[in-house]
Design a protein around this ligand. Structure first.
Ligand code: DON
Length: 307
């Protein structure tokens, strides 16, 4: 597959729509990011890197961190995590409070904010005596991306923490149902820090290659999760990874994917490669407008998808 040629074609085709949509502004620091940016990268299982546009520019990974947090919690805690968080699409916006009350404090899935707060709580408990959950996640991501310079953006973390009123409401609510073991403040602080991790498209494409390779990092042969868990993580990405638009995204793109309101979307082609696209302006669902279109073109041109 001539991925470089495909990425160049995709980049040229989406140029006219780069900047269409709205940059997330409910986190003030994100509102400062110029909308007219675009990058895309593919890292295949042999380690070859293909890139177009600003593929090496770090951006705020936001909810893409939820994928790595889930992988770490799943690896550490196994199937017991499903007693505290579900695995069904929510059919609601990622920061909705409505279902939580009806479902007695158990979030629908780990990729909506409430679910990620529960996963953060699990990691806080697990890593309490081992450098903390935030450090554990950064170390995990650095290993997956093979880049020790990855860190979090303090300004974004502070900006998010100062405006995390909805997330705090969800956390308090879940605490009232006994579904958080640590303090709401600790959970929110760690969650905001994780969302504020900055990575490039190349970093992120490389970091998800283990999910395209049955849970094994292709260049180091390290098993991150077993093949069955990798399959389950991919299934969750497909059904819940792109918010309330997951059905439409599966229809258009046909790949497991996880998006973030920073404009990044990671995806993967099982057995072939990790992919990441970034463009900060979002469609109404919260997914990158140009990024979604680029992935749709990529699977249409290459003929590759999980279907
Ligand atoms: O908590 C928030 O609202 C943001 N830090 C992340 C939102 C996001 O990317 C979409 N989430 N599923």
């Amino acid at each position: 597959m001539d991925y470089q040629n495909i990425l160049d074609r995709v980049h040229a085709a989406v140029k006219p729509v780069i900047g269409s949509g709205i940059v997330a502004s409910y986190i003030p620091e994100l509102a400062k990011v110029p909308a007219d940016q675009f990058g895309i990268a593919i890292v295949d299982l042999a380690g070859n890197v293909y890139r177009a546009g600003a593929a090496d520019t770090p951006f705020s990974i936001q909810s893409i961190s939820k994928l790595f947090a889930l992988a770490l919690a799943f690896y550490r805690e196994g199937d017991s995590i499903w007693t505290r968080v579900g695995r069904e699409p929510s059919g609601n916006p990622f920061n909705s409070l409505v279902q939580l009350e009806q479902e007695r404090g158990k979030p629908r899935n780990p990729f909506i904010n409430a679910g990620a707060l529960v996963i953060t709580d699990m990691l806080l408990t697990h890593y309490a005596d081992d450098g903390g959950a935030g450090n554990a996640l950064i170390k995990f991501i650095r290993k997956l991306a093979d880049n020790n310079d990855i860190s979090y953006d303090r300004a974004v973390a502070a900006s998010e923490q100062g405006t995390a009123h909805r997330n705090a409401a969800m956390a308090n609510f879940m605490k009232s149902f006994g579904n958080l073991n640590n303090s709401v403040n600790e959970v929110i602080e760690t969650y905001c820090r994780n969302c504020a991790i900055a990575m490039s498209c190349v970093d992120l494409a490389r970091a998800v290659t283990f999910l395209a390779n049955h849970g094994v990092v292709p260049w180091s042969d390290e098993t991150i999760v077993d093949a069955s868990s990798a399959k389950r993580l991919n299934a969750l990405m497909l059904t819940c990874g792109t918010y309330d638009a997951a059905g439409d995204f599966a229809f258009r793109v046909g790949l497991p994917a996880k998006s973030g309101v920073g404009g990044g979307i990671v995806a993967l082609i099982p057995g072939e490669c990790g992919i990441c696209v970034w463009s900060p302006a979002l469609e109404a669902s919260g997914n990158s407008y140009a990024g979604s279109l680029a992935l749709e073109m990529l699977t249409s041109i290459s003929g590759r998808s999980v279907f």
